[in-house]
Design a protein around this ligand. Sequence first.
Ligand code: P53
Length: 503
Amino acid sequence: TKESYRMPDGFLWGAANAAHQFEGAWDVDGKGISIADVMLAGTKPWLNGQAPAKYANATAAGLATKHRLVTDQVEEGGNYPNHRGIDFYHTYPEDFALMKEMGMNAFRTSIAWTRIFPNGDEAEPNEAGLAYYDRFFDKMLALGIEPVVTLNHFEMPYHLVTEYGGWRNRKLIDFFTKYTRVVLERYGDRVSYWMTHNEINNQAQYFSDHLMLQNSGLKDYDESDAEELMYLASHHELVASALAVKIAHEVKEKVGNPKLQMANMIAMNPIYPHTSNPADQMAAYRAMEQTYWWGDVAARGEYPKWLLNYFEHHNFKIDITEEDKQILAENTVDYVAFSYYMSNVIGADDNPWIDFRLDKNHFDNEFLEKSDWGWQIDPVGLRWALNWMYDRWDKEMMIVENGFGAYDQLESDNSIHDDYRIKYHQDHVLNMERAVVIDGIPVMGYLPWSGIDMISASTGEMLKRYGFIFVDLDDAGQGSGKRYKKDSYYWYQKLVHSNGTEL
Ligand code: P53
């Protein structure tokens, strides 16, 4: 008999995705251009393999980092995979039916901000976009699938980048809270589980221009300003996030939905010390704080002292007003949502202020294997992380991403034998179950990435697949677009039906 545990009644078993990665229909029904709409496919930037001269240098850099290139506008002939996604915008009724058949009782997606406010700064929302998500959520609810919704998932209006400089600008708080109020008032009677900014803490790696744009709409800055800008933008995002909590609590009363709750959302990748050397222990401890302080502010309502010292030491001007402090203190999140994919290892250097960077003090973990994209697979780290976060923030938690990006082979009989993906989820679910049953950690649900294949966020590839459902499309958008059930689909179906015991 294999070890496994039954999850509490009402546990959410679902899957997760994000609007820009699977909806496609990038210019349909009045949608505006988002930051994802100016991102090319990572390793093969243009359909003919050649970039126009003005992007030539960027191409070389992009190929080296495997990160996606960004164009100044939507360029003719560019391979912009998010323009296509998997056409979920049109196929959602059939795709949700497949997910229902898998047994899922929850599904996480984001609302594309640009469907509601195409440029971000309009006075009135786009009714066609609002009406679309009415139909979308009603379909889910009719099938008994609980919507879990991200307000801002790497897809802010591009106009807010070019016109306002992204989140470095305090005005973004008003644009975001206006959008938040509109969608909460519209859907708050039916949609209960919300979260604000996806993986707000990825920008801790501020040397990555990709992550800076993806999180904060930061583009065209001096490299020497990157770190300060990242903290400034983060502060504005955190104030906006706290105001979203406030709005959620107001709407909850107004629409009479007692279940309505707002979370923050962080990318949780534990950071381990390289050795038992105390200097490594200290470096890893602070590296965890440097990577997860966004959660401290959202869940505890104040900045940690070490970080305020750090701002002062570096002479960073972060513009934290008395009013901001009050907003943060009064509006902490209802629950914590997080993604979990991998863990990292760091060693100390001789800087007592400790500036953890994955490109500098990073080591391979000799005990772990890696995915084809170099992500270190660490199921025990999920149990470790659940314990660490609960200790620190004392909130209920929802796992809103966990998954394995891999190349899949479609066989001639349309089967896909993704035993590597089954193993990844088995090992992670077991460690989640141990955290719930043995450690007593309150976990609301498991929403893996993903129910269905989509465009990868970091590389723009279709072939870095995550779904339990296969979508027959390649990196250039070629293929039938047909859906096929992978072996993992049937595995997850059994798991859900047994509430976690048939691992
Ligand atoms: P992709 C970096 C590190 C861990 C997760 O990632 C990350 C990122 C940023 O790309 O993103 C999350 O597609 C994100 C999803 C994304 C998923 O993980 O790069 O919330 O949008 O698709 C997987 O392989």
